[in-house]
Design a binder for this molecule. Structure first.
Ligand SMILES: NC(=O)c1ccc[n+]([C@@H]2O[C@H](COP(=O)([O-])OP(=O)(O)OC[C@H]3O[C@@H](n4cnc5c(N)ncnc54)[C@H](OP(=O)(O)O)[C@@H]3O)[C@@H](O)[C@H]2O)c1
Ligand SMILES: [Zn+2]
Length: 366
C-alpha cells in the first residue's frame, strides 16, 4: 500500500472509531463518524452521530470546524444523507463548504436514498471515492444495514449451558449454571441491544428483570412473546419504572381475558400468528436495529427456523447436569441427514473465569 493510501486508511479508521462512540445510542440510526482535513491534509475537525434527532456526524464536524474547509477533504464511513429528516441534508453542507474530495466507506443501504448522496456530490464537482475500509464499515453497522434491507431486526440468540449442553434440570431448576462474572457480563452486554425477547414460559418460570442493571439509559425494551397470554399478574417485567415492556401475542390462540392481568403501563400488541418473524418485523418497525433473544428451547428453535437469528452467544460452564430429561437449548429441528444441520462460522472464544463464551455467526442472506 502506498503512503497516500495508508494515510487515507488512517483517516477512515479514525472516522470509524468516532462512529463507534455512538455504540448503543444511535438506533434506529446508523453509527457515523466524520473527519475533515484542510487542503494541506491537516486535521481541522471531526464529529460523530450520538443519537437520533441530534446532529449527524458531518454536521457535527462542520460545527466543530476551527478554520474553513475549502479545498479540503472529508472521510465518512457512510454515504452522506441527501434528504431532510430530523436534521438538514449533510450533502448540502459539504457542497457549500468547498470541500473537494469525499471518501466514503459504504453507500446508504436504504434503497430510496442509496447512491443519491454520492451522485449529488459528484454533480457539484466533488471527487468521491467509495469503498475505503468497506469491511470494517459494514461490520460496524451490520444491524442497521440488515434492518434496512430485510425490514427485520438483527437477532442474536443467547443462552447459558453446562459443558454437557444442558440449560436446566428436568424439574426446570437452572439457577445458576454460569458464574457470577458471566452473569454480570450479560447485564452489560444487553446494552448493545434495542430490545430483549423472551417467551411466556421463561417469564412464568424465571421472572427475570432483563435489564442492563443501569448501564444503559433508557434500558432496552423488554419483549414477551406469548401464544396463550397466560401471564402472571405479578412480574418483574411489569415494573415500568425500571424499563419499558411490551407483550406481543398471537390473537388467534390467546385468551384475551388474561389482558386484565397486565398493568396499563405495559404495551400490548396483537399479531396474527405465532411466527417469531413477526416480532422481528414489529421491532424493526419500532426502530430496533439489534435485538437479543434470551428465550428457552421452544421459542429459540422457532426463532431459528423462522430466520430471526443472525448470531449466537453461548456461555458454557464447566459443570455436568446429565440426565436424558435435562433441558436442551433447542427442541427438535427434525434433521435427518448431517448435511441438513445448522453450521455456524467465524467463532470467537473467550474465557470468563472458568466459563467459556462462544460467539458465532449464522449465514446471513439478504
Ligand atoms: N439457560 C438459559 O440460557 C435459559 C434461557 C432462557 C430460558 N431458559 C429456561 O427455559 C425454560 C423455558 O423454555 P421455553 O422453551 O418454554 O421458553 P420460552 O422462552 O418461554 O418460549 C416458549 C414460549 O414462547 C411463547 N411462544 C410464542 N410463539 C411461539 C412459537 N412460535 N414457538 C414457541 N413458543 C412460542 C409461548 O408462550 P406462552 O406459553 O405464554 O403462550 C411459549 O410457551 C425455563 O425453564 C427457563 O428457565 C434457560
Ligand atoms: Zn446526514
Amino acid at each position: 500500500m502506498s503512503e497516500t493510501n495508508l494515510s487515507h486508511t488512517k483517516w477512515m479508521k479514525r472516522a470509524i472509531y468516532l462512529a463507534s462512540l455512538g455504540n448503543n445510542t444511535t438506533s434506529p440510526n446508523p453509527k457515523v463518524g466524520a473527519v475533515i482535513l484542510d487542503k494541506n491534509g491537516y486535521l481541522i475537525s471531526e464529529g460523530f452521530h450520538f443519537k437520533a434527532g441530534m446532529l449527524h456526524a458531518e454536521a457535527m464536524a462542520f460545527k466543530n470546524l476551527k478554520k474553513h474547509a475549502k479545498g479540503g477533504s472529508m472521510y465518512v464511513n457512510l454515504e452522506p444523507c441527501c434528504h431532510k429528516g430530523k436534521t438538514p441534508p449533510c450533502v448540502d453542507k459539504i457542497i457549500s463548504s468547498g470541500i473537494k474530495k469525499v471518501y466514503v466507506s459504504i453507500q446508504d443501504p436504504d434503497k430510496r436514498v442509496s447512491g443519491k448522496g454520492i451522485k449529488l456530490l459528484k454533480e457539484s464537482g466533488i471527487q468521491v471515492h467509495l469503498g475505503l475500509c468497506k469491511k470494517e464499515a459494514l461490520d460496524l453497522n451490520k444491524a442497521f444495514i440488515y434492518r434496512n434491507i430485510t425490514k427485520k431486526a438483527f437477532g442474536v440468540l443467547k443462552w447459558a449451558m453446562s459443558i454437557d449442553g444442558r440449560i436446566g434440570l428436568k424439574n426446570g431448576k437452572s439457577k445458576w449454571i454460569t458464574n457470577e462474572e458471566s452473569r454480570s457480563l450479560v447485564h452489560s452486554y444487553r446494552a448493545e441491544f434495542d430490545a430483549i425477547i423472551i417467551g411466556g414460559n421463561t417469564l412464568r418460570k424465571d421472572n427475570p428483570f432483563l435489564t442492563t442493571r443501569g448501564s444503559k439509559n433508557p434500558e432496552p425494551l423488554r419483549v414477551v412473546f406469548t401464544k396463550s397470554l397466560d401471564l402472571p399478574s405479578k412480574s418483574n417485567l411489569w415494573d415500568c419504572k425500571k424499563a419499558k415492556t411490551i407483550v406481543i401475542y398471537d390473537s388467534s390462540t390467546a385468551d384475551e381475558s388474561y389482558l386484565t392481568r397486565i398493568p396499563k403501563c405495559v404495551e400490548v400488541e396483537k399479531v396474527s400468528s405465532d411466527n417469531p418473524e413477526l416480532i422481528s418485523k414489529v421491532l424493526a418497525k419500532r426502530g430496533c436495529n439489534k435485538v437479543l433473544w434470551e428465550c428457552g428451547p421452544k421459542l429459540a428453535t422457532a426463532a431459528i427456523q423462522s430466520n430471526c437469528i443472525q448470531e449466537i452467544i453461548t456461555f458454557i460452564a464447566p459443570k455436568i447436569l446429565g440426565g436424558e430429561n435435562s433441558m436442551n437449548p433447542f427442541g427438535d429441528f427434525e434433521f435427518r441427514e448431517m448435511h441438513e444441520i445448522i453450521k455456524l462460522s467465524d467463532s470467537q472464544v473467550s474465557f470468563i473465569g472458568d466459563d467459556i463464551c462462544v460467539k458465532s455467526l449464522f449465514k446471513t442472506n439478504f
